[in-house]
Design a protein around this ligand. Structure first.
Ligand code: COA
Length: 342
């Protein structure tokens, strides 16, 4: 059997890619562990010990908060930070699996909300990996020369698809969004040094949302799986996440031929504090290099990575000249990483 072709490192680029602006948006309503304990049999101590979460945010529909609103606000603010008019965007990629409308894409609605004219626009369904898959694709499109300015959004409103009677799932998720404006630059040292994008659909049943009854497999426990709600095999996902997280970091470092201590900041999907701690210990990453906000926002799926990034940029902890690694994994199953020279 022929051995697999190695993926070649990037050829010498003619154009660099930079993060020109970053921003995020959270909904207004706070849902604390104490609030959840009024709905299901749980308590703050159990949730915090198992996940590191104290509270999360959820959309208040009465105030007009929705997936579309979170996406539009985050990209609108990222464009202000990038000092770029929306009309100059060539493309909007929106990583989400909880869009308000199945058709058209949220990215098209965002383009109309922010005045992005006829920029190309599509949604990217990769669950918690949506934003990191998105920046990897956007980076390569810009490097190829056909696009100069791309808005990448990561957003999920999982509160709309969570069964609030299922205590194994509802404790984890919150709503939120973040966005980045990626732009071409003449500085060819800037851009993605290495990326990994993977998926294994054989694990789809570990984290999925049946939209209709027939989509629930015959051998599944039908009393546990409700149509329109996220179903999760927590233990299987936990195992997958711990091992994948560590393999992802190792593979990305190897591709770039650098060691973990040469990375200035790790921007990681906030799925569970214990999963993040395991990766930190495995690579000896000091706590200040792996920022967490899961205590305040929970797991926001595709919103997770850009929400962390925005906090770090605002605190001056992610800046030009640094090496920054983005890491995510989620339903699909999917996993991805992206190492940047900022
Ligand atoms: N409050 C109190 N007790 C709870 C509970 C809750 N919210 N949820 C479950 N339990 C109970 C269970 O009923 C079970 O009780 P039993 O032993 O009497 O049967 C016990 O706690 C252990 O349940 P289990 O499901 O084995 O817990 P766990 O240690 O696996 O923790 C998760 C559950 C969800 C926190 C954990 O599996 C997890 O974080 N998985 C990864 C999820 C994830 O990251 N998903 C997103 C990926 S992008």
């Amino acid at each position: 059997m022929a051995s697999p072709q190695p993926i070649l490192p990037y050829a010498a680029p003619r154009v660099g890619v930079r993060f020109a602006g970053v921003a995020s948006q959270l909904p207004s309503r706070v849902l604390s562990n104490a609030d959840i304990a009024t709905i299901v049999d749980t308590n703050d101590e159990w949730i915090f010990q198992r996940t590191g979460i104290r509270e999360r945010r959820v959309c208040d529909r009465a105030k007009g908060e929705s997936n579309r609103w979170l996406c539009s606000e985050s990209l609108r603010k990222a464009l202000i930070n990038a000092n770029l008019p929306a009309a100059e965007l060539d493309l909007i990629i929106c990583g989400t699996i909880s869009q308000d409308l199945r058709c058209p894409s949220t990215a098209c609605l965002v383009a109309s909300d922010i005045g992005a004219g006829t920029a190309a626009a599509w949604d990217l369904g990769a669950a918690c990996c949506g934003f990191v898959y998105g920046i990897n694709i956007a980076h390569d499109l810009i490097r190829m020369g056909n696009y100069r300015n791309i808005g990448v959004i990561g957003c999920d409103t999982i509160s709309a698809i969570v069964d609030y009677t299922n205590r194994g799932v509802c404790i984890l998720f919150g709503d939120g969004a973040g966005a980045a404006v990626l732009r071409a630059t003449d500085d060819t040292t800037k851009g993605c040094l290495a990326q990994v994008n993977k998926a294994d659909g054989t694990g789809w049943l570990d984290l999925y949302m049946p939209a209709e009854q027939w989509q629930i497999p015959d051998n599944a426990d039908r009393t546990q799986q409700r149509v329109g709600c996220l179903h999760m095999n927590g233990k299987a996902v936990f195992k997958f996440a711990v091992s994948t997280f560590q393999e992802l970091i190792a593979e990305t470092l190897a591709k770039a031929s650098i060691s973990a201590d040469e990375v200035d900041v790790f921007v990681c999907h906030q799925s569970n504090m214990r999963i993040l701690e395991a990766a930190r210990e495995r690579f000896g990453i000091p706590a200040e290099k792996l920022h967490t906000n899961i205590d305040r926002v929970g797991n926001t799926s595709a919103g997770s990575v850009p929400l962390v990034l925005d906090e770090l940029v605002r605190e001056g902890k992610v800046r030009e000249g640094q090496k920054v690694m983005f890491v995510a994994f989620g339903a699909g199953l999917t996993w991805t990483a992206s190492l940047w020279q900022m």
